[in-house]
Design a protein around this ligand. Structure first.
Ligand SMILES: [Zn+2]
Length: 284
């Protein structure tokens, strides 16, 4: 395997308190990521759909466990190619159980914790790999139950400011929150920005440093056309820069090398016996 191009940035913005700063604002941010670079998203989507028509990846094998968390609006099927790559390398890959990542953050984190509680007793601590919003959920999950997590890899996840995204995505998220606030079931709400009990402490858990003993790798790209890459840089983690687009990151070769290197460096602190294969979920 080629060496992973780790890039630990020497100068990054200082960590700011997440709960009371401007990043709590629901207004769109001034920085507009180069969305045009995501033009390949259409072909990537077609590739993704083709992947979903293929037989399910082999599922867990005998390596340490890895749990994949998809990005906003996406489901586990969107990470099927990444799951296949990890499985091919011997990792035991588990889906998050998310069919469409549009729900209350607090509720999703609780479901992820429940899933980890089912995996860890027999297979050891789990490495979490999350794309975009999935990385934010992974960080919050690790904060809640650091005893269940060996490390977190985030791919284009704006943990420093969750709404540091392109205005088009911001508008879609606001629409989602409006529908949820009007009572549409299964959607997040405006109160999920920390004012409702369901997501109390979530913003803090996303932005705070991960606890000692938990590996932390943040993969970001200045070519990211959806998320402001500056919001992805973690002053307390290893930051890996790639040249992928936001949507293409989970299938980008350099990103895949970074993920493989990262999960290999995490300590699951427990031997991992053989796991029975499980079917990867179909698209929502
Ligand atoms: Zn909520």
């Amino acid at each position: 395997m080629e060496p992973t191009p780790h890039l630990t940035l020497a100068r990054v913005p200082p960590r700011t308190p997440p709960a009371h700063g401007a990043e709590r604002s629901l207004l769109p941010r001034r920085v507009i990521p180069p969305l045009w670079r995501e033009a390949r998203a259409g072909s990537l989507l077609l590739n993704m759909l083709r992947e979903e028509l293929r037989p399910a990846p082999p599922g867990p094998t005998c390596g340490p466990p890895v749990l994949l968390v998809p990005g906003v609006f996406a489901g586990d099927a969107s990470l099927a190619p990444l799951a296949s790559t990890l499985s091919d390398q011997g990792w035991a890959v588990w889906p998050s159980g998310i069919r469409s990542n549009v729900g209350c953050s607090g509720a999703i984190v609780q479901r992820l914790v429940t899933r980890l509680e089912a995996i860890v007793p027999d297979h050891g601590r789990v490495a979490l790999v999350g794309h975009s919003r999935g990385g934010l959920l992974a960080r919050a999950t690790a904060q809640r139950r650091p005893d269940l997590v060996s490390g977190v890899v985030t791919l284009g996840s704006p943990h420093r400011d969750q709404l540091a995204v392109h205005p088009l995505l911001w508008a879609n998220v606001m629409t989602l929150a409006a529908l949820g606030s009007l009572g549409v079931p299964g959607f997040l709400r405006f109160g999920c920005r920390g004012t409702d009990d369901c997501c109390s402490g979530y913003d803090h858990d996303v932005a705070a440093s991960l606890p000692p003993g938990i590996g932390a790798i943040s993969v970001f790209s200045r070519r990211d056309g959806v998320v402001d890459w500056r919001a992805c840089v973690d002053p307390d983690a290893t930051n890996v820069e790639v040249e992928a687009t936001h949507c293409g990151m989970p299938s980008d070769p350099a990103t895949l090398r970074a993920i493989l290197s990262a999960v290999a460096s995490f300590d699951s602190s427990q031997s991992s016996p053989h796991l029975e294969p499980v079917a990867w979920p179909a698209a929502a």
